[in-house]
Design a binder for this molecule. Structure first.
Ligand code: GDP
Ligand code: CA
Length: 319
């Protein structure tokens, strides 16, 4: 038990909820997170890494709990002034949050890797779980809509995910190098948990980094995904639209299709119980349980249940 090694693949808000659940569980010291950097973009000359910051602020208890992103007790004086200067301010960056982006950008200019910057920010916020990056190179999700290609944040924040999604690409992915830390962590994992994150732009962007998906497929770990859909709907965000544009159904089957080359188990909500039989028919172990995480207790209870279920299924399969 002491040598148990757990990896959480995580996006932003759904990823951070799962990360917090693990951080407060008895499995905290066994867990490392691999986060998503493909939502990163530049604003006002500053490099912003929204999913990584959501993980750090959540785990450091500095997150705005109402929004699920950004800092608590935040003010927006800098943004107000930028607006007065005629700048685009649709990307809401608060004053405290801007310090993170100034720090990140400054170190980036000094040649410090994204992984090291993440570690320093995590340390400042007292984050106990290591946050690894799939790559230190720049990869940026772009979304094709009827009005043309948009950056991910233009689609997500400026356009409020309203536009139809025709296609998605990860710019820079072909030349991205996986980090040795992520590859080693995946290879040494007993258990890989896929957070209830967007399977296309959060988890999909992690897996698309060359060698990462192959490492997951070869790891020998037991791999379990928590569905981000409840009753065929996303709790928040455009996962439904994106599944549809990728030609996948907006249900457990669609989520399974994203992960079918390596998945052993899936966690679905009580309201989706009728989908369990089909998943079991694909050879999956299925945990049916409430998956909406609102309180700290919800998060810890769900993630503890997920780890216990996965370990017992893994043992049964090995028997
Ligand atoms: P983003 O990067 O902030 O968009 O967040 P993620 O990619 O990590 O997660 C987005 C997904 O999380 C959405 O599809 C939501 O449906 C899902 N999600 C958010 N909260 C919950 C929750 O409490 N339970 C479940 N099952 N899914 C959730
Ligand atoms: Ca995100």
């Amino acid at each position: 038990m002491t040598s148990l090694n757990i990896t959480l693949l995580a996006g932003g808000v759904g990823g951070a909820k799962a990360a917090e659940g693990l951080a407060k569980s008895q499995y905290a010291s066994s867990t490392k997170i691999i986060g998503n950097i493909a939502d990163d973009d530049e604003f006002h000359g500053l490099w912003v890494s929204p999913d990584i910051d959501t993980l750090i602020y959540s785990l450091g208890d500095q997150i705005d709990r109402q929004q699920g992103w950004g800092r608590k007790n935040e003010t927006h004086q800098v943004l107000t002034e930028l607006k007065a200067l005629g700048q685009d301010t649709w990307m809401t960056l608060g004053d405290l949050d801007l310090a993170t982006h100034i720090f990140r950008t400054n170190l980036k200019h000094q040649g410090v890797s994204a992984s090291d910057i993440t570690e320093r920010l995590a340390k400042r916020h007292g984050v106990s779980l290591p946050i690894l990056l799939p790559t230190d190179d720049v990869v940026q999700t772009r979304v094709k809509t009827p009005q043309g290609w948009l950056s991910f944040q233009e689609f997500f924040v400026r356009e409020h995910c309203q536009a139809d999604v025709l296609d998605i690409e990860y710019q820079g992915i072909a030349n991205a190098k996986p980090t040795p830390e992520a590859l080693e962590q995946i290879a040494n994992s007993d258990l890989i948990i896929i957070a209830p994150s967007n399977p296309i732009v959060s988890i999909g962007a992690i897996l698309a980094v060359p060698e990462i998906q192959q490492a997951v497929e070869k790891s020998g770990a037991y791999i379990i995904a928590i569905s981000p859909l409840i009753g065929g709907k996303t709790v928040k965000g455009p996962a439904d639209k994106m599944l549809e544009s990728a030609g996948k159904s907006i249900d457990s089957k669609g989520i399974y299709d994203c992960y079918n080359t390596f998945l052993q188990a899936m966690v679905i909500d009580d309201v989706d119980q009728q989908e369990a039989t089909w998943l079991q028919g694909q050879g999956l172990d299925v945990l049916v349980t409430p998956t909406l995480m609102k309180t700290p207790e919800d998060k810890t209870a769900l993630l503890t249940k997920v780890v216990e279920f996965a370990l017992s299924c893994k043992k049964q399969r090995a028997a």
